[in-house]
Design a protein around this ligand. Structure first.
Ligand SMILES: Cc1cc2nc3c(=O)[nH]c(=O)nc-3n(C[C@H](O)[C@H](O)[C@H](O)COP(=O)(O)O)c2cc1C
Length: 287
């Protein structure tokens, strides 16, 4: 049960809490009049009222003093630094065997967890895998899904039909066959590519905007990884494989209840990139 109060002695009645609250819990009859509080039950605990108050006068049961932090402007990155970080981030695929220190992984997780979520639901969960055996099992489980699709599509009775009706889909399946062959025959893992850690980002089933929430978390985490000198790439194959079946064997293997939306394979890079390149020309439609 949430409790919210205003400390009237210190409140300067600036009305900022009234302006920022997304569920209109705070009200003021006139500018500079006392702030009143209505229907607390609609509070989504976003903490805007507490963050914006210049005098610490909003008392919120979800945000006791130890959960409220002064923003240190000196620590904030400049626009040039933010842009440089964004442009130098790459998907790394050449990792050393050196383990990523756990404190570093925790910083990446903290950055990911700090991303916004729809309605501030904060239902995004993380599964961290660093055990090499389990990492291998995740790749193998992903490959097993692709393998069963390849077997179905390459059935001599079905193959000509798929080729005719869905040539693009057939091409995709031939890529999957290459992945399966590499994994099974060449012992080459193109799912996790020698990464030493995996972060899977998931939500309970049927969380509205779960996919969006997870991908925002991913991007926060990936930029944090870049700033820490840790290489990462998006594990699209694991996510795609999980989407192809009712109960994902990766989810089963890792006791993940719900839906895997995003995944980050991580490792210490064996070398740095001295350059960045431009993306294709930006497309902006203006009105
Ligand atoms: C949704 C998504 C899925 C991806 N899946 C994979 C993947 O399974 N394996 C991989 O090596 N890279 C994967 N990538 C990385 C892309 O190939 C990469 O982002 C793209 O080539 C651009 O390179 P950059 O990230 O270095 O800028 C994925 C990226 C996204 C956004």
């Amino acid at each position: 049960m949430i409790n919210i109060d205003i400390e009237n002695d210190s409140c300067i009645k600036c009305g900022r809490c009234v302006k920022v609250c997304p569920t209109v819990i705070f009200g003021q009859e006139t500018a500079k009049s006392e702030v009143d509080i209505h229907h607390i039950e609609t509070c989504i605990s976003c903490g805007h009222c507490v963050s914006v108050c210049p005098t610490g006068s909003v008392i919120h049961s979800d945000f006791p003093p130890q959960k409220v932090h002064k923003i240190d402007a000196d620590l904030l990155a400049s626009p040039e630094q933010v842009m440089a970080l964004i442009k130098s981030r790459r998907s790394y695929r050449a990792f050393s065997k050196q383990a990523i220190p756990i404190e570093v992984l925790e910083q990446i997780l903290e950055a990911a967890h700090s991303a916004p979520t729809a309605e501030n639901l904060q239902q995004v969960q993380f599964t961290l895998v660093t055990d090499p055996e389990v990492l291998h099992k995740v790749s193998a489980a992903t490959i097993s899904i692709f393998s069963s699709i390849v077997t179905k599509v390459y059935n001599p009775l079905i193959k000509p039909l798929v080729k005719l009706v869905n040539p693009e889909g057939y091409k995709q399946v031939s890529h999957l066959r290459d992945l399966v062959d590499d994994f099974t025959n060449a012992k080459k893992d193109r799912i996790l590519r020698g990464s030493t850690a995996l972060i899977l980002i998931h939500t309970p089933k049927d969380v509205r905007f779960g996919r969006q929430d997870a991908n925002l978390a991913y991007q926060n985490g990936s930029l944090m990884a870049e700033s820490l000198g840790v290489g990462q790439f998006y594990t699209g194959f694991i996510c795609a494989a999980s989407d192809m079946v009712k109960k994902s064997p990766v989810a089963k293997l890792l006791n993940i209840e719900g839906t895997i939306h995003a995944g980050m394979a991580l490792g210490m890079p064996t070398f740095e990139y001295p350059n960045y390149v431009n993306k294709k020309d930006i497309v902006i439609t203006r009105f």
